[in-house]
Design a protein around this ligand. Sequence first.
Ligand code: PMP
Length: 406
Amino acid sequence: MPFNISDIRADFPILSQTIYKRPLIYFDNAATTQKPVQVIRAISNYYEQDNCNIHRGVHYLSVKATEAFEEARNEIREFINAHATHEVVFTKGASESLNLVASSFGKKFLKPGDEVITTIMEHHSNFVPWQMICEEKGAVLKVAGILPDGQLDLEHLYSLISDRTRIIALTHVSNVLGTINPVKEIIAHAHSKGIPVLIDGAQGVSHIPVDVTDLDCDFYCFSGHKMYGPMGIGVLYGKERWLEELPPYQTGGEMVKDVTVERTTFNELPFKFEAGTPNVEGVIGLRAANQYLRNLGMDNIRAYEDELLKHAVERFSAIEDMRFYGTAPEKASLVSFLVGDIHPFDAGTIIDKMGIAVRTGHHCAQPLIDHFGIPGTVRASFAFYNTIEEIDKLAEAVKRVKTMFK
Ligand code: PMP
């Protein structure tokens, strides 16, 4: 065991409660993770001592809040190993980061007949923005398929590339299947043909060490709330040359350099993409979350979550009639399943009554769920504060579901 689980759990006050007279078991971490006291305190300290609008202020509080905000940006840069702090743009979440790139990239670079490639395993947030901008620009959205075990079909993906391909946008880790895509290899292949690649890292950063310089991705997007930080804050990493070229996504205060009645010039990076008063408390909380993850060590987190996943697969495979969705060899710590023909909502409702939070439904990935021809799945997604004992309790709950529907 790389770290002490009871110490870790003590940092997450929400986990110590009972629901339906049972200890809460929280397995909905792919939807959002819980927050350690370090994050909660950082936010309340900020409001008790430092709250102020940032940038341009000459007074003490404004300077202090600005420094904390910009230090946080630098720490996020280090966390993902970006070259420069101005390549780290704060947004309100992965969805906004993805919409920003689709909209600004599409406006500047997509022409009728051009092509964008994505995959069938995308979250709607990395699918719908591309669908919409392609429709607006008369471009074509091509969708790579998957293999039966939930791996991306690389041969299919590569066969979709043509001289009209302008960008490839794909997820690092599938929020339904858990599949970890070989993004480094895909990026190298795309770059050999001069095509930039966007990675949706919403399910990546909290589970695996991410190094954007090593990956050489052109854009990497993620949310704070899925990495133990607050909601309403997220990150867009973009290579400087792309961020320089893209037009602003939103306009307003802070993102301008000079405004006259006739025309406006835009601020330098990253402020060009940060219109209006930013979510300062979100950035402060994200910084604390980031420090928490660094203290644990992303390699330790990965190793422990792999143990949880291995145990879950062993336990659940022993239950008759379990149907698994996503069994790729490279997989993050989640299991998506159906119990025989039992509707996922029914299964999820019974599991909930046993004090266990799992997510049911299409997980905002309808094209993928349609591909399987099912109504949805039950998804149990694990974090480093979960335990082997909790997984055993879920296995018992699944058996209970089976008996009730017999
Ligand atoms: N991409 C993936 C793979 C996700 O799992 C999610 C959230 N479930 C998102 C994008 C969107 O993240 P957010 O709702 O935080 O913007």
